[in-house]
Write a protein that binds this ligand. Sequence first.
Ligand SMILES: *Cc1c(COP(=O)(O)O)cnc(C)c1O
Length: 226
Amino acid sequence: MSDIEKNLKNLRDRVPSTVKIVAVSKTKPVSDILEAYNSGQRLFGENKVQEILAKKDSLPDDLEWHMIGHLQTNKVKMIVPSIRMIHSVDSMKLLSVINDESKKTGKITDCLLQVHIAEEETKFGFSFEELKVALQSQEYNTMKNVRICGLMGMATFTDNTDQVRKEFRNLASYFKSIKENFFSSGQAFSELSMGMSGDYEIAISEGSTMIRVGSLIFGGRNKTTK
Ligand SMILES: *Cc1c(COP(=O)(O)O)cnc(C)c1O
């Protein structure tokens, strides 16, 4: 067994089968992705549009691409046809562009709204208040080509596991409140994307339905390309 296969197997053994694993393959070559694919992995996450476009044609069609990084509005058009889900919708402007481009493609794009839960200033996302305003807006309610499937968030990068847990718990409570107030039970609002290599166990215990794991599967990345 290769390292990637072993890492995936170890991870699957530790993760409940109800939690989806998005294998974050940013900076990693197609050969690594294929190894993961051959051991059964189908969901892959990238944070750059160019990287998805460069890799996808050399890989099988039934592989699902998940956009997890900040997405610039001028790149939406390029990615909409190939993307399974966009986890990183961090503004109404972006959502609106995704809606317009999806309409042109004749597609409904699955999206998660990214919520700012960390202490760091640099992490993108809506506040809880902004989420509620967005979901009540006339603009959102006329969008026919995006489907909001849930929320995504990233905890502060810290060794303080109490803080990480608290941030994930906040996100899970926003998720519950938003689901109750803005979505009916028949709607697709069911995904809570939280947890990475260093904190996925905490995230799962706080209700994550999708974890985004890179280095634990593929090994470390060169810091300068993160
Ligand atoms: C890189 C990245 C991950 C995965 O990080 P690891 O620590 O390698 O598991 C998850 N989510 C986002 C948004 C990322 O950019």
